[in-house]
Design a protein around this ligand. Sequence first.
Ligand SMILES: Cc1cc2nc3c(=O)[nH]c(=O)nc-3n(C[C@H](O)[C@H](O)[C@H](O)COP(=O)(O)O)c2cc1C
Length: 167
Amino acid sequence: MMELRHIAYPRQTVLITSEAEVTLMGKKVEKKNIMTMSWSMPVSFEPWMYAIAVNDECLSLELIRKSKVFCVNFMPIELKNNVLYCGRNSGRTKDKFKETGLKEEECEKIHCPRIKKALAYLECEVAEEIKAGDHFVFIGNVVNAKIKKEGNRVFHKGGDKFTTTID
Ligand SMILES: Cc1cc2nc3c(=O)[nH]c(=O)nc-3n(C[C@H](O)[C@H](O)[C@H](O)COP(=O)(O)O)c2cc1C
């Protein structure tokens, strides 16, 4: 039986950062989080828009819905283990900034953390949320973006395997 990974992969894999006040283990906390995402893409030039598909069980869904913003962080292949960790663990039980050692910096145009070691980032404000099966697609207006550094980016091949950009 054909699986999606056979035809749609490798896919560039980014880290989505988000922040909002949520209740975790009975306590109200201002939560900053990181999730791994292979299902994302640019969808409009003018205005510049970017879409991400968020599964219906993750904490990031709650954070993005509440704050109406998210940041897309393009990561170097050297950090593939951090990328895997953020996709295999939930912020409901883990502080992924602390566990991975990834340092944060504050976004400029939105109230949201960004990952310092990202090669590039897109700061997005949610324009629309669309239900698509077991995922929710958030289409964001890109309100700030920067390429900080050239480098080889992370692409997911499936399972715990990654590859990178080759010229
Ligand atoms: C390589 C990789 C790619 C992933 N891509 C996506 C994705 O595109 N969309 C999604 O909803 N979940 C994706 N996941 C799963 C989430 O990252 C995972 O559910 C994560 O634990 C959510 O974290 P949170 O609960 O802290 O928000 C991916 C996981 C891995 C390992």
